[in-house]
Design a protein around this ligand. Structure first.
Ligand SMILES: NC(=O)c1ccc[n+]([C@@H]2O[C@H](COP(=O)([O-])OP(=O)(O)OC[C@H]3O[C@@H](n4cnc5c(N)ncnc54)[C@H](OP(=O)(O)O)[C@@H]3O)[C@@H](O)[C@H]2O)c1
Length: 291
């Protein structure tokens, strides 16, 4: 049995699905009784536990052959909380731990990256047999913005118009995670997963426009005002992240991902394929009655 934490989130659900399709037995750790229809549809063993309480997590790890440790996004407790879960995994005798990190965790200008860097350091000292996955930004992060652009004809980019991101398909992230959880010979390895093409906002708008058969323009939607205080951690991190992307981009190489999964990485166009029906059903603002 393989345990996946934060399994009700976008990443966790994708990883559970990838493991399930390989025939693996999965224990999905969610937070509470909130419904998770995607997990319910897979009929996996879903159990509720607060990740910040190691005594609640430890009993769920008994007998696991691997743990996929995902920490909730933009959570100020990640460095200490995830480190405490590592100790719980050690006590429970988990023979393999895979940590869901991020591309360039050492980027100190982004606190949620720096927290993952500290967890990676703790992992190395943990005595566990570990592997680390470092995903770039997901294509799926843009889905709301793409739907908005289908209405307005304007793709709003909070990271500006010049720099590029190697957006990675969540299906590839999940499949790479499944490889790290189930295959031998990967202990002590740190694996970057990035998409195949560094994409600027203009390129994304162009790809969407040709898909919809109408013009979509990229516009710079620079976040205004001062950086939100650290007390508003998610907003604080999000702003520093977009400032970083605006200055430096967030690009990487797909080579490691492709070696792990043994095939080419999905393109952004293939991500759009998944959304095509939904995007095509959106009527642009100002459009007349449908014929
Ligand atoms: N988005 C990206 O591009 C990207 C790229 C690289 C890395 N990452 C990393 O991927 C990780 C997961 O991100 P995500 O967006 O998939 O996750 P998410 O949407 O933030 O979901 C995380 C899940 O964590 C659960 N959760 C929250 N607090 C909890 C607690 N105290 N105890 C137990 N469960 C708790 C929630 O469960 P319930 O649903 O049960 O409430 C939620 O479904 C983050 O660490 C993020 O930094 C993301």
């Amino acid at each position: 049995m393989i345990v996946v934490t934060a399994a009700g989130g976008a990443t966790g659900t994708a990883v559970v699905r990838a493991l399930w399709s390989r025939g693996e037995q999965v224990r999905a750790v969610v937070r509470s009784g909130r419904p998770h229809p995607d997990l319910t549809a897979l009929s996996v063993d879903a159990v509720a536990a607060d990740l910040t309480v190691p005594a609640a997590v430890e009993p769920l790890l008994a007998g696991a052959r691997a743990l996929y440790l995902i920490w909730p996004n933009f959570d100020p407790a990640e460095a200490t909380g995830a480190t405490a879960v590592l100790a719980a995994a050690r006590r429970a005798g988990v023979p393999r731990l895979v940590y869901h990190s991020v591309l360039r965790p050492q980027a100190r200008s982004m606190p949620h990256h720096a927290a993952k860097d500290r967890v990676e350091e703790a992992l190395d000292r943990s005595g566990l047999a570990w592997r680390v996955l470092q995903p770039g930004a997901y294509s799926a992060n843009l889905d709301g913005g793409l739907a908005d652009a289908a209405v307005t004809g304007r793709f709003r980019s909070p990271w500006g118009l010049e720099r590029a991101q190697s957006l990675v398909d969540l299906r590839d992230v999940a499949e790479a995670a499944a490889v790290l959880l189930t295959e031998d010979g990967l202990d002590g390895g740190t694996f970057e997963v990035a998409g195949p093409e560094p994409l600027t906002a203009r390129r994304i708008a162009g790809l969407l426009g040709s898909r919809l058969g109408r013009e979509v323009t990229a516009v710079d939607a620079a976040p205004g005002g001062p950086v939100p205080p650290v007390a508003d951690y998610a907003a604080h991190c999000r702003r520093l992240m977009f400032d970083h992307y605006r200055a430096h981009g967030f690009a990487g190489s797909p080579r490691v991902l492709e070696a792990l999964v043994g095939r080419p990485a999905h393109t952004f166009g293939e991500h759009l394929d998944q959304l095509e029906a939904e995007l095509r059903s959106i009527r642009p603002a100002g459009a007349g009655e449908l014929p």
